[in-house]
Ligand binder design. Sequence first.
Ligand SMILES: Nc1ncnc2c1ncn2[C@@H]1O[C@H](COP(=O)(O)OP(=O)(O)OP(=O)(O)O)[C@@H](O)[C@H]1O
Ligand code: SF4
Ligand SMILES: [Mg+2]
Length: 347
Amino acid sequence: MSERREPLLSIKDLRVTFRTRTESVRAVDGVSFDVYPGETLGVVGESGSGKSVTMLSVLRLIPPSTRVVASGQVLFGGKDLLQASKREIRRIRGRHIALIPQDPMTCLDPVLRVGRQVREAIQAHENVAAAEAHRRGVQLLETVGIPEPERHYAQFPHEYSGGMRQRAMIAMGMANAPSLLIADEPTTALDVTIQAQIMDVLRAAQRETRASMVLISHDLGLIAEMADRVVVMYAGHVVESADVQTIFSSPRHPYTLGLIGSLPQTTGNEKWLRPIPGSPPDLADVPSGCPFHPRCFLSRGREICRVTRPELRSLGTGEHRSACHFVAELEGASALPAGELHEGAGR
Ligand SMILES: Nc1ncnc2c1ncn2[C@@H]1O[C@H](COP(=O)(O)OP(=O)(O)OP(=O)(O)O)[C@@H](O)[C@H]1O
Ligand code: SF4
Ligand SMILES: [Mg+2]
């Protein structure tokens, strides 16, 4: 990842605020990051940190019923998707960028046979005759490991298991060989044994289409295994980003250290974990200064943490960036080598 390449997707200073009559929820507050061709970018952070809203904004899929104000830029192929017309966005969705959601039932239509939905995904962006679309649809189901694909092609989503529905979503996602896959907690709703199979299918799909992938997950073990680079989010901000090895072996933000430290670990016969104290802030009332300061072990009540928001700055080594006033004090802090993460990390 060291050579400079043009990013496929470039998010610049994205801000997304949900307004109600009484409050403003700043779900995404100045987020910038790039996704390069062919890479897998892991996006991690506790619940409510703005991971989904960031990526749904890329596809302009924030529910229209909410009063939402978005600013910044989302550049894809040189075009700002926040400014694109509805027609352009529809053309990009599915054709160039595909979403694989946490719960496939949010995207699968329960009253239509799966085959028809896969076929329509193929035909939505390409002029393909019905018979050919059918043949390709069955082939896609086979590629994602659905047994007896011809029979399952004719079934309804409720006749599928959770894992099979997720496979069908991946098949639909791959249908037009998009250049970017966005997988939002793609295995959280599934059984642990099925999770690993789905990740294998996703990896194979990515290899076959040579797509980039943004993988949103709470599961640091999964991120360690799948991602090339990692973006850590907290309260609508990016607080650290680096290549995966660096994030796990030399994190340079107290929140990242906390996330890694809160993984279950084993010493001798004992299993222990060290959760981050406190909980993420209410986004309608984010703490002043560094949003992490009420929970931070490093701040120790220092004024600058309470008053001034730290910017995301390059640490001068590769693409490692951290948003902490006292990053120098974390010099030499080490967490776990990525290889040690798999045990007990939720997989
Ligand atoms: N449609 C909406 N209307 C109002 N607030 C919303 C809406 N969607 C999300 N939010 C708020 O935006 C914040 C960020 O939500 P988001 O779904 O991006 O978090 P997340 O990091 O994906 O969390 P999780 O890990 O639980 O999926 C949350 O506080 C959430 O309540
Ligand atoms: S800026 Fe201060 S509060 Fe924020 S992470 Fe760094 S030390 Fe902690
Ligand atoms: Mg989410």
